[in-house]
Design a protein around this ligand. Structure first.
Ligand code: IVH
Length: 717
């Protein structure tokens, strides 16, 4: 039998591997090991260290949660103050800042600019001695911060030990056109180095954390920034360890044993040492390019994985930075170009209730109109009655309003200090405002509902709106107002009645002339041919969105077959759980819904699946596509459906994770970005070629999918 390897040697190996995987994951954003493999290495290391406690070192990857809980954080004096940033609020401010920089340096001096995202988190300083993480502190007031070393150690993207910066993949990771600088980062580990940066939380992680906290009955955080700050200031490092914190490095503090000459070089060096550095950094020699990039960045704001409150522009050269100096806390060599704010205050004028298509009653806020990030906001969500009660939101209150990403603005809560006593408490009305039926609330549910399902006119209007929406039957020209009028005129009693409308039905509607009406009617007629997936979405079955509808369409091939299926049969479908299965079976067990399907069929809506897009193969499984420009024969939607039908995913913007860009006529910035990231670019023919035999022109009829049991059922019930 071969002797067991030396524990010391194996421990070293395991630590190196774990550090390397961490680096691939957090710094290069390009992992090569699965979570399971990583966990297995970690388990092996833990077991070995347990068997040989003498071999445990503080920089071992197992030692992240080490320190004991502390009552108070010790104060730390920053050897060099941590600065803040002056603000620019528009391009004029930004240009004025550049003018001042050039005036101070001398008008003809060449200046290079580094542009970095300004992530909303909290600033910290990390000190490394001989390559080992020694201390970390919050910014505090810039002079004195708090020692949060034990908590910082738990953040997986903060290296406990620095990497020796000479490995080949460092160059590769940053060798794009933007890193073409004269001075390469030094290949040494400094005696001491302070690395400054931001601790933050990604939006998705923040939302998941809040869900978890809410479920445990704990206080939720208002935004990712507060969540990050709160998580870092926990008394118990084990709690911090359970929070999804991340770090990125952006500035050097005092260091010994290494000479850094520019911001860009420093960022490259940080990355080589094993720190995450923002991928969206850029270096420009021309200030017009800086402006162009900030514009691009503003436009991308909603697609970011993290919350950013602006973009930072810095003079690259440290020599020039020294020449420019600091006024108060703000360096003259850097500026923060702030995004328009997306949180503001307004007055809550009223709370109105809205009846949804399934009868759910949602309260909505009417607020004094206010500009929020460039959009005038008059209405905001209040989620549900419990939300209002828990936060004690009253009519007349000054409230904080927030708009993030594409979501509807919502009320965060009241500003209690601004109350004058005139504010009124609000209560959910007892009856449906549309049909006067007493409202109900099911045991254990948050939502109040109008139980008058088939008949309540408000629900019907919502169902029509949903049926015609883009993700469903995609009928243009029928909005809330028209749906309301059609229901009021008694022309629509269910969504199938849409197909019985005539030009007369629209008579007298504002803006609906002969031509417009003809277009709407043509759109209605066209919609009869939509893929089954869209029709299933359009029915508005609870819990059935696009993904579930696609699975149902592909499996059953027709509404008739789906309607005949039991909850158990539906539950067997890959990707569909019992909740969805029960909801679908329940929906089709109701006579009015079965009658609706029959009626849709009778008016000529296609209720089975003749389109190629529904034939599924796995040809594109695991691949992410971005589509840009106009393709020669496929519409954007057809191309998306084709890709999804073969297991591919669609993304809205190009990133490192994009597998293919499908580009047509007049492709713009996405094409440029894909080239920059070396992503394979396909035209329509290339996309079809990728599908090989699985490919069929998207709009032509083809053999029906293999029938599942019951799929030949006639619709005559
Ligand atoms: S530079 C000049 N770079 O913004 C040195 N700061 O308003 C000051 N921040 O306290 C920092 N992203 O918390 C810099 N890429 C970035 C940043 C950034 C976020 C934060 C940081 C700082 C605050 C200044």
């Amino acid at each position: 039998m071969a002797p067991a390897p030396e524990p010391t040697q194996r421990i070293t190996e395991l630590r190196e591997q774990l550090r390397y995987h961490n680096y691939r994951y957090y710094v290069l954003d390009d992992p090569i090991a699965s979570d399971a493999e990583y966990d297995a290495l970690m388990r092996e290391l833990r077991a070995l260290e347990q068997a040989h406690p003498g071999l445990v070192t503080p920089d071992s990857p197992t030692q992240r949660v080490g320190g004991a809980a502390s009552e108070k954080f010790a104060k730390v004096q920053h050897p060099v103050p941590m600065l803040s940033l002056g603000n620019a609020f528009d391009e004029n401010d930004l240009r004025a800042w550049r003018e001042r920089v050039l005036r101070l340096l001398g008008d003809d001096t060449p200046v290079a600019w580094v542009v970095e995202p300004k992530i909303d988190g909290l600033a910290i300083a990390l000190t490394y001695e001989n390559g080992v993480f020694a201390r970390g502190a919050t910014r505090g007031d810039g002079e004195i911060g708090e020692d949060v070393t034990a908590n910082l150690r738990t953040i997986p993207s903060i290296p406990l030990q620095l990497r020796m910066p000479d490995q080949a993949d460092d160059r590769q990771a940053t060798s794009d056109e933007h890193s073409s600088v004269a001075s390469l980062p030094p290949s040494i580990i400094p005696t001491t180095i302070e690395v400054r940066g931001e601790v933050y939380m990604r939006i998705a992680d923040f939302e998941a954390l809040n869900e978890r906290l809410a479920a445990a009955g704990e206080r939720v955080a208002a935004n990712p920034r507060n969540a990050a700050a709160g998580s870092l200031r926990q008394k118990d490092p084990a709690v911090t360890a359970s929070r999804p914190l991340r770090f990125f490095a952006y500035a050097p503090g005092p260091s010994m044993g290494v000479t850094l000459t520019s911001q860009w070089q420093t960022l490259e060096y940080f990355q080589a040492l094993g720190f995450p550095v923002n991928r969206d950094r850029r270096r420009f020699a021309d200030f017009e390019q800086v402006i162009a990039y900030t514009r691009e960045w503003m436009a991308r704001r909603d697609q970011l994985e993290y919350e950013a409150d602006g973009i930072v522009v810095k003079v690259d050269s440290f020599g020039q930075q020294r020449e420019l100096g600091v006024v108060g806390r703000d360096p003259r060599w850097a500026i923060a170009y702030k995004f328009p704010a997306r949180e503001t205050t307004s007055r809550l004028l009223d709370i109105v209730v809205n009846v949804g298509r399934t009868g759910v009653i949602t309260p909505g806020a009417v607020i004094e109109p206010v500009n929020l990030g460039g959009v005038m906001v008059r209405n905001a969500s209040l989620h549900n009655a419990d939300y209002i009660a828990e936060r004690d939101i009253r009519i007349g209150d000054y409230v904080t309003v927030k708009r993030a990403g594409d979501v509807i603005p919502y009320i965060i809560g009241p500003i209690i200090d601004r109350r004058d006593g005139s504010e009124q408490r609000w209560h959910m009305p007892a009856r449906c405002p549309a049909c006067n039926t007493p409202l109900e609330r099911a045991e254990g549910e948050v939502a109040w509902r109008c139980p008058n399902f088939g008949i309540c006119p408000a629900q019907l209007v919502r169902r029509v709106e949903h049926f015609v929406s883009r993700g469903a039957l995609d009928i243009v020209g029928i909005g809330e107002k028209q749906a309301q009028l059609l229901v009021e005129r008694g022309l629509i009693k269910d969504v199938a009645d849409l197909y019985t409308l005539t030009a007369d039905s629209f008579a007298g509607m504002e803006g609906y002339g002969t031509k417009k009406i003809a277009n709407v009617l043509a759109g209605i007629a066209d919609s009869k041919q939509r893929p089954l997936t869209r029709l299933i979405v359009g029915l508005g079955i609870r819990f059935v969105g696009e993904v579930a509808a696609q699975a149902l369409a592909v499996t059953f091939g027709s509404l008739g077959a789906l309607m005949a299926a039991s909850a158990e049969q539906i539950d067997e479908i890959e990707g569909i759980g019992p909740v969805v299965a029960n909801s679908v079976a329940q929906f089709f067990s109701l006579e009015p819904n079965r009658a609706l399907v029959q009626k849709l069929h009778d008016v000529g809506v296609q209720t089975d699946q003749p389109l190629a897009a529904a034939r599924q193969s796995d040809a594109l499984m695991g691949k992410t596509f971005v589509i840009t420009g106009t393709l020669p024969s496929l519409t954007r939607e057809q191309a998306e459906e084709l890709i999804k039908a073969h297991g591919g995913k669609i993304a809205g913007s190009v990133s490192k994770k994009t597998s293919y860009l499908v580009a047509g006529e007049a492709a713009g910035s996405k094409l440029a970005k894909a080239r920059e990231l070396n992503i394979t670019i396909l035209d329509e023919a290339g996309l079809r070629a990728l599908l090989g035999d699985a490919s069929v022109p998207a709009a032509s009829p083809t053999d029906p999918p293999a029938p599942v049991e019951g799929s030949q059922l006639s619709l005559d019930l």
